[in-house]
Design a protein around this ligand. Structure first.
Ligand code: P61
Length: 458
């Protein structure tokens, strides 16, 4: 089996270092068994995230030199606005420093105390930005998304029966808006179909409900629509994106993923009222409405990256590199979420470490063990990420207890994928020797970033 051929050649390289076994053991203990707390220089292959870790193209770097750093009216802002209009089809755009800046502006505007926000599975920062103004995020993804073995081609789809139940139970006035994520991160990078988006629009029209997308990985979602949905086989990705967005009232967007840049975000909408209100608030929290926390050069790189990230040949290579890693693991019977997602391969920690209880945090344990074994950095995506129930204060144990091997875009070669797969297969073969963890420090917000753990002897 060969990995996909890269549609680029490499112009600049950055050396990486494989720390000794002794140093790896020490480093993960210094980090409290939390991969977020490792030093980057202790990491050999960094699969923590695909966020802000892309390699930019020569065209993007050239654009950086054309940064117009005027406080007001930077020409790069207008280039970005035009790119958003053309690639996504929205009329208005408000720039922010990254995705959560856009979530803050959009959700604090739309959510009032007591509101519900139905969404096709939570994301950590999105859930928090719905909760901070007094709302609650509820799950309306199809059941198949919670089953790692289920092969549904569009596990990101919304279940209309679940949505209807919340409307009937709480009343339409309590629903702030419907929030729809593209290429659903916590479900394993699973796409939503065009048909589901179209039907959701019709459903919401009957109730005059707004639909706001988390369009962060919409280009990768568009690739899956082209690959899997009848009628889109030959449709240019930009046309697919324009149609997807046409079924929404607006979106938030973290540019740090599909736009192939290291920083940036925005919100976009066709709704003048949302635009005017969020454009007003951006000056309070982010910066003037023509830079929103980004430098001019950053906006130029986002504008160029947004267009570049929709090229079919690039997306095909991208999704297939992730698939290559997943298939290497599947061949060795390592339990992963299927179908293989767009931005990452997710290990099923409950099946990988069945000897651990949920209170011993199997996914956190596995991420730490992978680092110690091979200096590959991954991320827990399970109960630690989910956090406590806001009302009861109890830990919540989601069905999915996963470790994410997230592939940065255009950064690692197929040999890096092979090294990673080999190390994980080796670890899988000695999995029953891995001891669990107990949490010894837990911060109040987004605890997974800073929590610390200790090993519990087997
Ligand atoms: C990630 F561990 N994602 O996947 P910002 N929406 C969606 C995201 O994936 C996302 C944001 C909004 C990250 C970074 C990260 O629990 C974590 O530009 C679907 O990061 O502010 C970010 O965009 C927020 C890692 C965020 C985490 C939160 O790795």
């Amino acid at each position: 089996m060969n990995g996909p051929v890269e549609p680029f050649k490499i112009k600049v390289v950055e050396p990486v270092n494989l720390p000794s076994e002794e140093r790896r053991k020490e480093a993960i203990r210094e980090a409290g068994f939390n991969t977020f707390l490792l030093l980057s220089e202790d990491v050999f292959i960094d699969l923590l995230t695909d966020s802000g870790t892309s390699a930019m193209s020569d065209n993007q770097w050239a654009g950086m030199m054309l940064g117009d750093e005027a406080y007001a009216g930077s020409k790069n802002f207008y280039n970005l606005e035009k790119a958003v209009q053309e690639v996504l089809g929205y009329k208005y755009m408000v720039p922010t420093h990254q995705g959560r800046g856009a979530e803050h502006l959009m959700y604090s505007h739309l959510v009032k105390p007591g509101h519900l926000v139905p969404r096709n599975m939570y994301f950590t920062t999105s859930k928090l930005h719905v909760e901070l103004p007094g709302g609650k995020m509820v799950d309306v993804i199809i059941d198949e998304a919670h089953d790692p073995e289920n092969l549904h081609p569009f596990k990101g789809n919304v279940d209309f029966k679940k949505l209807q139940k919340y409307i009937d139970e709480y009343g339409i006035d309590k629903i702030a808006f419907v929030n729809v994520e593209m290429d659903v991160n916590m479900a394993g990078g699973q796409p939503i179909s065009m048909q589901n988006l179209r039907e959701l629009r019709e459903f919401c029209n009957d109730y005059k409900l707004k639909i706001i997308y988390d369009a962060t990985r919409s280009s990768e979602n568009a690739y899956f629509i082209r690959e899997r949905e009848k009628g889109y086989e030959d449709t240019p990705i930009i046309n697919i994106l324009n149609e997807m967005m046409s079924y929404s009232d607006g979106c938030i967007y973290s540019s740090k993923k599909d736009c192939l840049v290291n920083i940036g975000g925005f919100l976009a909408t066709n709704d003048k009222e949302i635009f005017e209100s969020t454009r007003n608030m951006v000056v309070v929290y982010e910066g003037l409405h023509t830079y929103g926390g980004m430098a001019g050069r950053d906006m130029e790189a986002v504008a160029r990256g947004l267009r570049e990230g929709t090229q079919y040949e690039y997306l095909k290579y991208r999704v297939n590199q992730v698939r290559y890693l997943g298939e290497l693991l599947m061949k060795a019977n390592v339990p992963i979420v299927k179908p293989i997602g767009g931005h990452a391969v997710f290990l099923n920690a409950l099946k990988f470490l069945p000897h651990l209880s949920r209170e011993q945090w199997p996914a956190q344990t596995l991420a730490a063990a992978i680092y110690e074994d091979s200096a590959v950095r991954t991320m827990e995506r399970g109960a630690i990420s989910k956090g406590r129930d806001k009302e009861t204060g109890q830990n919540v144990f989601p069905k999915l207890e996963l470790v994410r091997l997230t592939i940065p875009r255009r950064v690692y070669t197929n040999s890096h994928m092979e090294y990673t797969a080999n190390s994980i297969v080796n670890l899988y073969n000695k999995r029953d020797t891995i001891p669990g963890l107990k949490m010894i420090y837990e911060p109040q917000y987004l605890r997974f970033f800073q929590a610390r753990f200790e090993q519990v002897p087997l």
